[in-house]
Write a protein that binds this ligand. Structure first.
Ligand code: SAM
Length: 232
């Protein structure tokens, strides 16, 4: 059975799409989507040989080789112009790595109207990169599974939707997610209570240090203030 995390991601893949799953590992996601929707095709990309082999095995096991192409390569470089990939998934990595993959592969995104990202940490880097590349955040989901908290971010290109509130600090909205901070679900509250505890611990140690990193400390204090605001 597919994890709740991957099922959530799968729910955003459109019918009739050709999507690329970057860093696919076992290729569970493309196999699940292609088995449940006959109109979808996929490319599973992997940068490492081991995971690539696992992806090939899963695709063969489900007899999906006609509809899922497994490719070895770095990030979005596995996409060719004549593939006409229109949706991209980058999941299960840090937000900075996801942001790097998008930045480095910008030229591969010309036909891609939707990106679904699931950063394990630093979702703000992903939101920032969407914003810088004309992808509008249209949906955000936060969920808990096996005691881990995950965020799934969905963005569409050239949409006129702007969900960032001009009256609210942009840095704050990038950190918490403009939709998630409005919704304030129990999982969201749990996540930021935990993050606040961690950051309080870090800043109190920094206060005690002989050589204070003032710039960093200042930023962390700002973030702590934001956390208190969203948690009340
Ligand atoms: N996407 C799957 C998921 O969410 O369950 C697998 C996540 S797994 C933790 C991350 C995978 O990304 C690893 O298999 C790793 O080899 C791959 N990866 C890391 N950097 C990559 C890159 N630059 N290009 C392609 N794959 C990459």
């Amino acid at each position: 059975k597919l994890s709740k995390r991957l099922q959530t991601i799968a729910s955003f893949i459109s019918s009739n799409s050709l999507f690329a799953d970057i860093g696919s590992d076992h290729a569970y996601l493309p196999c699940y989507v292609c088995l449940s929707d006959q109109t979808v095709q996929a490319i599973a990309g992997e940068v490492k040989e081991g995971p690539l082999k696992r992806a090939q095995e899963t695709v063969e096991y489900y007899d999906l080789s006609e509809r899922i192409d497994v490719r070895l390569g770095n990030g979005l470089q596995i996409i060719n112009e004549n593939d006409h990939v229109n949706e991209v998934v980058i999941a299960g990595m840090g937000g900075s790595l996801i942001a790097n993959i998008m930045e480095e592969g910008k030229n591969k995104l010309s036909a891609v109207h939707k990106i679904i990202a699931q950063p394990n940490i630093h979702a703000s880097s992903v939101r920032k990169t969407f914003l810088a590349n004309n992808y509008s955040l249209i949906n955000e989901i936060i969920l808990m599974e096996n005691n881990h908290i995950y965020e799934v971010l969905v963005a569409e290109r050239d949409s006129t939707v702007n969900i960032y509130d001009p009256a609210e600090h942009l840095g704050k909205q990038l950190m918490f997610g403009p939709l998630l901070m409005q919704e304030k679900s129990p999982v969201f509250i749990k996540k930021w209570q935990d993050e606040r505890k961690k950051l309080l611990h870090i800043t109190s140690n920094m206060e005690k240090a002989k050589n204070k990193e003032e710039t960093k400390l200042h930023l962390y204090k700002k973030q702590l203030q934001w956390m208190e605001e969203v948690l009340t």
